[in-house]
Design a protein around this ligand. Sequence first.
Ligand SMILES: *[C@@H]1O[C@H](CO)[C@@H](O)[C@H](O)[C@H]1NC(C)=O
Ligand SMILES: *[C@@H]1O[C@H](CO)[C@@H](O)[C@H](O)[C@H]1NC(C)=O
Ligand SMILES: *[C@@H]1O[C@H](CO)[C@@H](O)[C@H](O)[C@H]1NC(C)=O
Ligand SMILES: *[C@@H]1O[C@H](CO)[C@@H](O)[C@H](O)[C@H]1NC(C)=O
Ligand SMILES: *[C@@H]1O[C@H](CO)[C@@H](O)[C@H](O)[C@H]1NC(C)=O
Ligand SMILES: *[C@@H]1O[C@H](CO)[C@@H](O)[C@H](O)[C@H]1NC(C)=O
Ligand SMILES: *[C@@H]1O[C@H](CO)[C@@H](O)[C@H](O)[C@H]1NC(C)=O
Length: 201
Amino acid sequence: MMFMLALVHLTLSLHPRFNLLDFFFARRVYALDVRGEIPDELWTLTFLDNLTFGINALSGEIPKELGLLTELQSLSFGTNNFSGPLPSELEDLTKLTQMWASDNAFTGRIPGFIGNNWSNITALRFEGNAFEGPIPASFSNLTSLTDLDLSFNNLTGRVPDVLFNLTLLTHLFLGDNKLTGTLSTLKRQSLQTMCVALVFI
Ligand SMILES: *[C@@H]1O[C@H](CO)[C@@H](O)[C@H](O)[C@H]1NC(C)=O
Ligand SMILES: *[C@@H]1O[C@H](CO)[C@@H](O)[C@H](O)[C@H]1NC(C)=O
Ligand SMILES: *[C@@H]1O[C@H](CO)[C@@H](O)[C@H](O)[C@H]1NC(C)=O
Ligand SMILES: *[C@@H]1O[C@H](CO)[C@@H](O)[C@H](O)[C@H]1NC(C)=O
Ligand SMILES: *[C@@H]1O[C@H](CO)[C@@H](O)[C@H](O)[C@H]1NC(C)=O
Ligand SMILES: *[C@@H]1O[C@H](CO)[C@@H](O)[C@H](O)[C@H]1NC(C)=O
Ligand SMILES: *[C@@H]1O[C@H](CO)[C@@H](O)[C@H](O)[C@H]1NC(C)=O
């Protein structure tokens, strides 16, 4: 089938550890030194529930067609060279519970749709990119969130007070940005780990 060819094509280096069966059963293209861009044929696999591209050398922007994979529960781009903004079509991935975009070259704002549409998300890892602008106020809706890492980006503005009302949030990393906030809002007893490094004003 076309997507198989595309996936083989994706592994330009034809890495010996890449194996289509592993892809179908574990939905992984993980740590195989795969290079290039995501092939279009992948978007026909609308049944995928988990998909990870983690730890490769993939590049380019995330295609808007990723929004077609509406069964996805977990999605990882972590540790690649993806760039550009996250497309608005990702708002359709309403079943997501975990999303990793860490250690890439993503730019643009952290999308506000995350707060409106990814209502079941428990872990969001966006550290080590070039995201800019504020933390969306809509994150106040993410009542299932336990882990949020936005550190090592270029975020600005005040940390929304409502982040500290998220009762399940136990791990919060906001350091190495240009965020501001006040100490009183940072007291949230349920937080087990917090690294904020804010400018207190
Ligand atoms: C898919 O991801 C979900 C949430 O992370 C997890 O509970 C589930 O076991 C995963 N399924 C497979 C087939 O890996
Ligand atoms: C990462 O992508 C940028 C363009 O977005 C490119 O200039 C750079 O060479 C890439 N780096 C690697 C290690 O692939
Ligand atoms: C995303 O949230 C917005 C605002 O609540 C809503 O209008 C839109 O229909 C939602 N999209 C999906 C795919 O649920
Ligand atoms: C969110 O999780 C609840 C409880 O597991 C489930 O009933 C609901 O369908 C989920 N929402 C989406 C959009 O998947
Ligand atoms: C952060 O933003 C400033 C001002 O726009 C820019 O000069 C700098 O390169 C950015 N840093 C990163 C890591 O994106
Ligand atoms: C999410 O939060 C925003 C801003 O706080 C609010 O306007 C919006 O109605 C909320 N959306 C949902 C789906 O709860
Ligand atoms: C957040 O918590 C503070 C203090 O507990 C409360 O005054 C405020 O109304 C809460 N905000 C939301 C949006 O729940």
